[in-house]
Design a protein around this ligand. Structure first.
Ligand code: F6R
Length: 245
């Protein structure tokens, strides 16, 4: 594992965006795994900026998002479909037909999960997977528990996840109870993983995930087994690691 610690969130965003652009320049048809939430916002801004400046094109890229809420209309402002359009897809030249998210409104969710996994397989798997981390150690919406699913599946969101995401919805009652998420098996199959965390509130879970025991009770701890894990942290998120200086 390679850990990089940045003095500011802005420097982290620039480094992450440069890593992604470098990856695409080396492999224009790269398959990217994308995340939502607060953590990637600055990175998406930088990617859009670099596209506007003519420094990168996403024309041949394929993307797969980690997750989507169940039973939230795709045009709801807090759906991950809407988030991705608002923060990235509307600002770059990625062909919409190659931007994939699981559909949380499918009549047959089990079939939708299978379809999503098959699409990822067909695309040749994920080259670079970007991940944020939940306060309870979730990645995607793989919540802590006695077991974890390998492939895309439907999850019941943990109460702390719904509480954390209530800040986007206004109230916890508005936050959907279930989501479709890529499984940890699919995430671990990505050829390169970029785990990103910012802020003091993530310091403890970052320490547990990177230096604690590997356990399904902290899904992000399974990332320790990945041969190419790059971790980008701001100083606040790194402060419990004992390496932040
Ligand atoms: C988002 C996702 C989640 C978030 C995590 C952190 O697609 O899969 O695992 O990365 O909940 O969220 P933020 O970045 O809002 O702290």
């Amino acid at each position: 594992m390679n850990i990089h610690i940045f003095d500011s969130g802005e420097q982290l965003d620039e480094a992450a965006a440069e890593t992604i652009c470098g990856f695409i320049r080396a492999k224009p048809g790269a398959v990217l795994g994308l995340a939502t939430g607060e953590t990637p916002l600055g990175i998406y801004r930088k990617l859009a900026e670099k596209f506007r400046e003519g420094l990168i094109s996403f024309r041949q890229v394929t993307t797969f998002n980690l997750d989507e809420y169940v039973n939230l209309p795709e045009d709801h402002p807090e759906s991950y479909h809407a988030y991705m359009r608002r923060h990235l897809f509307d600002h770059i030249d990625l062909p919409p037909s190659r931007a994939h998210l699981p559909c949380g409104n499918a009549a047959d969710l089990a079939a939708e999960c299978q379809r999503y996994d098959a699409l990822i397989e067909e695309a040749g798997g994920i080259d670079l997977q970007m991940l944020g981390i939940g306060h309870n150690g979730h990645i995607g919406f793989n919540e802590p528990g006695r077991e974890l699913a390998a492939g895309t599946h439907v999850v019941r969101l943990a109460p702390e996840t719904r509480r954390a995401n209530a800040r986007f919805f206004g109230s916890i009652d508005e936050v959907p109870e279930r989501a479709v998420t890529m499984g940890v098996g699919t995430i671990l199959k990505a050829r390169l993983i970029l785990l990103i965390a910012k802020g003091a509130d993530k310091a403890d879970i970052v320490r547990r995930a990177l230096t604690g025991p590997i356990t399904t009770e902290c899904p992000a701890s399974l990332l320790q087994t990945h041969p190419r894990l790059v971790v980008l942290l701001d100083r606040a998120a790194a402060k419990a690691l004992g390496t932040a200086g």
